[in-house]
Design a binder for this molecule. Structure first.
Ligand SMILES: Nc1ncnc2c1ncn2[C@@H]1O[C@H](COP(=O)(O)OP(=O)(O)O)[C@@H](O)[C@H]1O
Ligand SMILES: [Mg+2]
Length: 133
């Protein structure tokens, strides 16, 4: 079974069809890049995969589960994480810790994300955060 299976994903903003029948199947261990010109719909695809936008059509399955209509938090806890184009780094953390910060999701680590953020802003992060290998 594919790890990520996306079928006929589409979304329109008013009259603009930003994503039109997007399909991708990713198996465990595979690494993909999504390329295209400005305005092609790349960021919108990531917003759909992470629940920021809900598609007009299509289905997203993660490990066989339909996550198409789930919330961003539920999708994160199921195992999908992202960074943003306008990144906001934690200055007191290393580059690799910034990349791994998503492991603070409830199902994948010892502590929930909200607590981690508080720790980062109060400077107690390094003492209390246990990094997932
Ligand atoms: N929330 C939105 N409302 C209206 N139009 C949007 C919205 N998000 C993206 N778009 C439009 O969808 C198209 C694809 O945008 P985007 O996914 O950001 O492209 P890319 O990341 O490939 O540069 C663009 O025409 C953009 O203006
Ligand atoms: Mg973009």
């Amino acid at each position: 079974m594919a790890l990520l299976d996306v079928n006929n994903l589409s979304i329109s903003f008013g009259g603009l069809r930003a994503v039109d029948n997007f399909n991708i199947t990713i198996e465990k261990g595979e690494l993909y890049g999504l390329i295209g010109p400005n305005g092609a719909g790349k960021t919108t695809v990531f917003n759909l995969l992470t629940g920021v936008y809900k598609p007009n059509e299509g289905i997203i399955r993660l490990d066989g589960d339909d996550i198409t209509r789930k919330s961003t938090i539920e999708i994160n806890h199921a195992g999908i994480a992202r960074t943003f184009q306008n990144i906001r780094l934690f200055r007191n953390m290393s580059v690799i810790d910034n990349v791994k910060v998503w492991t603070c999701g409830e199902s994948s680590s010892t502590v929930p994300l909200r607590e981690c953020s508080t720790w980062a802003s109060t400077g107690k992060w390094k003492k209390r955060w246990i990094m997932k290998p």
